[in-house]
Design a protein around this ligand. Structure first.
Ligand code: NAD
Length: 239
């Protein structure tokens, strides 16, 4: 980053970041997501038709967070957040809590969080650790059948788009880790970063993706190895 002492950095992460912690990624080879078809469990229509199934799926995913731990890639990103001299924003598509358990603070969950639920009636949002079903009353308005996982399902508008777009307006370095680049709008951020003048775009993934052509550097390998390596390099380049 010749000439820039405080470059602005935006990091976009996807399911590949948490894969080595034991959280399954989205696109399995069988086309199923943890044994389910995506449209059965991750759409507003599915929740309307079969809320029991949707609750069961998210209860299982929420409970399985107790079995996993942040990996070296989550920890390295927190090191980068703490030591980076310019502005730093980590945008994650992940709904697990592994980044915050590693200590992340400058983090936006654009697709929601497994450990949050919200009421479709009174709109209150709650931190939620336990199971949920269609008989669970909303702690705020006491109505039953209105609580849902605070997850952005297919066809719904992701969170924090304004903040993310603002950060991309002035981004110098854009880093993309463990995302297949097929879920929009996140898949469009790399192109937007190019249009806004980012001079360095780095992709870390096991393989080339749909959006690889936007990046100035591709690093193929496991996030737990490549992210700590990249963070070490970026911080030493500034030293
Ligand atoms: P995806 O499953 O479509 O793609 C995962 C990507 O990660 C792939 O390109 C794969 O090659 C790469 N990858 C897998 N293991 C890796 C590793 N060890 N190191 C580096 N790269 C690795 O995931 P996505 O692009 O994030 O989109 C999926 C959607 O599903 C998102 O909307 C997200 O909300 C949701 N999701 C979240 C989680 C989670 O919270 N951990 C898990 C699964 C799905």
């Amino acid at each position: 980053m010749a000439g820039l002492t405080h470059p602005n950095l935006v990091v976009l992460t996807g399911a590949g970041l948490s894969a080595e912690s034991g959280v399954p990624t989205f696109r399995g080879s069988d086309g199923l997501w943890e044994g389910y078809r995506v449209e059965e469990v991750a759409s507003p229509g599915a929740f309307k038709q079969t809320p029991e199934l949707v609750h069961r799926f998210y209860n299982m995913r929420r409970a399985s967070l107790k079995e996993v731990q942040p990996n070296a890639a989550h920890h390295a990103l927190v090191r980068l957040e703490k030591e980076w001299p310019g502005s730093f924003l980590h945008v994650t598509q992940n709904v697990d809590d592994l980044n915050e358990r590693a200590g992340a603070k400058k983090l936006l969950h654009m697709h929601g969080e497994l450990k949050k639920v919200r009421c479709t009636g009174c709109r209150a949002v709650f931190t939620w650790e336990e199971d949920l079903d269609k008989y669970t009353p909303c702690p705020e308005c006491r109505v039953t059948g209105t609580l849902r996982p605070d997850i952005v399902w297919f066809g719904e508008m992701p969170y924090y788009i304004e903040e993310i777009t603002r950060a991309l307006e002035t981004v110098d370095i854009f880093i993309c880790i463990g995302t297949s680049g097929v879920v929009y709008p996140a898949a469009g951020f790399a192109r937007l970063a190019v249009e806004k003048g980012a001079s360095r775009l780095i992709e870390i993934n096991l393989e080339a993706t749909e959006i690889t052509s936007h990046f100035t550097e591709q690093r193929h390998g496991a996030a737990s190895v490549e992210v700590p390596r990249l963070v070490g390099q970026l911080l030493s380049e500034l030293a």
